[in-house]
Design a protein around this ligand. Sequence first.
Ligand code: KIV
Ligand code: ZN
Length: 501
Amino acid sequence: MEKILIFDTTLRDGEQAPGASMTSFQKLEVACQLEKLGVDIIEAGFPIASPDDFAAVKEAAKLIKRGSVCALARCIDKDIERAGQSLKKARHPRIHLFLATSKIHLKYKFKKAEDEIATIARNSIRKAKKFCSDIEFSPEDATRTEKDFLFRMIEMAINEGAHTINIPDTVGYSYPQEIYSLITDIRNNVPNIGKAVIAIHCHNDLGLATANSLSAVLAGARQVHCTINGIGERAGNASLEEIVMAMKTRKDVFGNFYNGINTKEIYRTSRLVSKLTDFVVAPNKAIVGRNAFAHESGIHQDAILKKRITYEIMDPHDVGIASSQLILGKHSGRHAFRDRLKELGFNLNDQQLNKAFLRFKEVADKKKDIYDDDLRIIVEDEIRSVKPIWRLRSFEVNSGTRIKPKAEVVLLKGSKDIPGVSSGDGPVDACFKAIDKITGYKAKLEDFRLEAVTSGKDALGQVSLKLKVKNSIISGRGASTDIVEAAVKAYIDAANKIGSK
Ligand code: KIV
Ligand code: ZN
């Protein structure tokens, strides 16, 4: 088995993502977590970029024991000196030098000829070697570089003592077959390539960063540059979690390779980076997104409950997520609904379950996700009103700042619809009075409380109220995504108790 080295650049390329900057203190927190995760090389920053970047690399260099700590430098003397100084205390220091080699960059960015670029790179590698023996060289924009020049640059860099040659797809332009051919060509055309490790560094402009990185591994790359949550310049970098989990999951393809990542730390690391950078992970992000192990469709939920592998190719435990989530919503089936109720401690008979399920579907049509607290309310509602005298058929309210609120409520008694119409001080009051007209009860509202059961703008509202009838106090409860409906239900609930006295 061959080891694939994981080079994490969350703290350097990842931090270059617009708006993702971290303080040196926060970077240290991430560096420690990356060490726990088991990455082989931590690119801790670009020391020349700012005093804080310098401090971050310097502190990480002191702290990290297991892996290498790497500092980025352009092929410029002051960059190299700064990188060298920042790594003084590192147990395993590495300087990562980069210099663009593509025609586009040479012509527009540097206005220099190929030979001049080769000389600058040679001198920089020699200088960097004075600070540490472990040098990684990146011909920036390698995938758009003329192949002959690229091979020449790589050969020179290895001759000067670079142990790792990184191939950056700087603008995320390549597709997997091209990367495969490029790495193969490098292996076949650079005479001393056997003395260096080939690394791959892919950007995600076309959404191909992970695929390209994996393709490079199959072609002979033995080090992969990646970031947590795929953060990085523009559309980001290849994401560590995707690469590692693809290799673990597709043993049929990557069975000859292993890496040092403790996958159980993936989710924790993802959360930490998201929190510290304020970069929200998209819900559908592979491996670490909120929905990556969540199932809403009834067909999927049913199958998952029978056998997880029907719709899951990875075990959530493997990435540090406690369990798959069956999200109850409008697509959920009876099986998942019943299972969740059991977990919540409700043992309903078939009739109760049917009623609760119908009510759940009604609520799910209005509310996207149904949380456990919503479920409790739905079920308790159904259990309590097993044999009601009055049931809500419909209601309509007309209310506003320039009209007196008016309500029309229709209650079902037995099999008969009975309408009631009334005006009131507000929409709820108008409904209550309309209900009084139907039931004929004379009740005084003593207490009225409205609370949101769960959070979010589509949260279920629960109304609890108390009615005074003669000398007794009768309570009622109702829940709905519509608060007037919740109030109406609570009032009917109380009315049914009065009727059954
Ligand atoms: O994308 C890129 O080319 C880089 C280099 C510094 C390796 O990040
Ligand atoms: Zn990059």
